[in-house]
Write a protein that binds this ligand. Sequence first.
Ligand SMILES: Nc1ncnc2c1ncn2[C@@H]1O[C@H](COP(=O)(O)OP(=O)(O)OP(=O)(O)O)[C@@H](O)[C@H]1O
Length: 385
Amino acid sequence: MERPSCLPRSSKMNSYIANALSDFFFKYETPRQVLVRNRRVGVVCRLIQLGVLAYIIGWVFIYEKGYQSTDTAVSSVFTKMKGVAYTKVDGEEWVWDTVDYVFPEQGDSSFVVMTNYIITKGQKMGKCPELAESRYLCNSDSDCERGMVERTGHGHMTGKCVGNTTKTCEVVAWCPVEDDRKIPDPALLMSAENYTLFIKNSVTFPAYGVKRSNLVEGIDNQYIKSCVYDPTTSPLCPIFRLGDLVQLSGFNFATIAKMGGAIGIVIDWTCNLDYDQSECKPIYTFHGLYGNPNETDMARASVGYNFRYAKHYMEDKQEKRTLLKVFGIRFDIIVRSVARKFDIIPTLTAIGSGVGIFGVVSLAILHILSDFSKHTESQVAYCIS
Ligand SMILES: Nc1ncnc2c1ncn2[C@@H]1O[C@H](COP(=O)(O)OP(=O)(O)OP(=O)(O)O)[C@@H](O)[C@H]1O
């Protein structure tokens, strides 16, 4: 039986330190290289190394462009519509030009082009019956509580139930109240299909001091006057026909014109500034956001796009207004940008991380091999360097 050690604690410590010092001074460590004479192992190891090399060169450097730094642009968009529409409703002729059908008229990157409307002329402040619709109907005055406002009503109830055949609550409102139960079909401004939209967009990449405009080299005043955007024949023309925009967004013009809708125009600036700046050009894409009533259940709950707009005027010393329920196509112009250029810092970072990954993989292979060598001792020859 082994006798318990009765050396004191301090003398045990001293012997550890002495051993450690002797190991440090009288022993030497060096990595041992292993030569494996095995086809399967050799092929697998080389394939893993090749895979890592392909990842570093193919993915990190070529695909992800790890040798370049990136910057996003500061951008500004200006728009201008042109085109004239003519309507003849109830014998009344009317010509609509850009200031009548574009909202707002300043040339914003988000704007609406009116394609259909319901007009209520000569409204003035007063008392009148609500619209003859089921939600406003009443039998007696007690159904019209004074001061109450129906959720989607047009004014404050006076407390009276009025009318001869169809009785509705009387309201204090802009009278006569709007009747929007019948939407003109086909849309009144179908000629909007031929309107043209001019988009002026400039971008600046502050990190590289590079400024670009969508009126790129070769697009002069003469070209603008005659060109119309076409994705294959004139992809850089900044003038777009409305009908083409709707079609490229996947919508039907007659449907979107009647009920309204929304279209996103994306201007994509993806530029490699290692090449000449003139190669940095915009790419336009068009996306239908809403405007097809059969598209989704969500769209059916609120079909199309509309809003109300009033023009006020004075007549016989009384303020009056013309109310328009406007159905139109809303355009949202979105600029997406990324510029890349060679930079030594990301290059060194990418190389460093590549070397690191390579090192980790080599270590993993070494571990696999040391396991392998234990099992197939006979096929492995060790050579100590
Ligand atoms: N929506 C558009 N459709 C077709 N051409 C357009 C449109 N908007 C502008 N243009 C034309 O593009 C050119 C540049 O327009 P810009 O607004 O810079 O100049 P402008 O002389 O003030 O334009 P204009 O007085 O004709 O509205 C002009 O020749 C203009 O007529």
